[in-house]
Design a binder for this molecule. Structure first.
Ligand code: HEM
Ligand SMILES: [Ca+2]
Length: 198
């Protein structure tokens, strides 16, 4: 049935309902600390701190992520000096040389997710070593695309830093949690019980 109103799927404040978000919207919703549909740089910072990143990394991440994705996701013609990221439009923030696990609308593509492990998980079937991660990043690199490659590399390297296991592997479950958005909440809960910061 066709959607009857523009506000359908949104809560009373005009934001998306969590259950109706795409997986990519869920990936970023964690950083929308006050759940108003916008991620301001200080929320990116707070979200990064909450999952164990230090002050330096969290500051740089907030500057780069909001600097890049704020303007791309903002509706209308006028820029905002506060660089909010619009959760609703986050699929506009997709870059090149990615894994393709999120499609152009931010939906999860299971075949692409499985392909990562079929192609690159050589030591263990359900996890990636740092070397295997590097092989994947090179494999995803499109010709003459250092910008997209850099963006992808940063995402995966930060993920590795924050979420590798004690043997230096990124498990399939951890990576699944990146795509469905559950990993960040899990890391926050683990951190709040141990209070360890990198
Ligand atoms: C520690 C925090 C974060 C980590 C470790 C992380 C990691 C990742 C990873 C591994 C991917 C998958 C890339 C691929 O499929 O090749 C991804 C995708 C993405 N992330 Fe994050 N992310 C983080 C925070 C954020 C934040 C704060 C935003 C924006 C508010 C964001 C926006 C995106 C977008 C737009 C994509 C899709 C990229 C694409 O498929 O082209 N991420 N992220
Ligand atoms: Ca917010």
């Amino acid at each position: 049935m066709a959607s009857s109103s523009k506000s359908e799927g949104k809560n009373c404040e005009g934001n998306l309902k969590y259950e109706e978000m795409t997986p990519l919207q869920k990936h970023v919703a964690f950083f929308d600390r006050n759940k108003d549909g916008l991620i301001y740089p200080w929320e990116t910072f707070q979200g990064m701190r909450a999952i164990g990143a230090g002050i330096g990394l969290s500051t740089v991440a907030a500057m780069f992520i909001n600097g890049a994705l704020g303007p791309k996701t903002r509706p209308g013609k006028f820029p905002s000096l506060l660089f909010p990221i619009y959760v609703e439009n986050i699929s506009r923030g997709k870059h090149t040389s990615d894994s393709g696990v999120y499609d152009s609308e931010g939906r999860f593509v299971p075949e692409k997710f499985e392909e990562i492990f079929k192609k690159y998980a050589k030591t263990k079937a359900v996890a990636l070593s740092e070397k295997e991660l590097d092989d994947m990043l090179l494999g995803n690199k499109e010709p003459k695309d250092s910008k997209g490659h850099f963006a992808g590399k940063t995402e995966w390297k930060v993920l590795y830093l924050l979420a590798k296991d004690k043997d230096g592997f990124l498990s399939k479950d951890t990576i699944k949690g990146v795509y469905d958005g559950s990993l960040f909440t899990k890391l926050e809960q683990e951190r709040s019980s141990s209070q360890k910061k990198i």
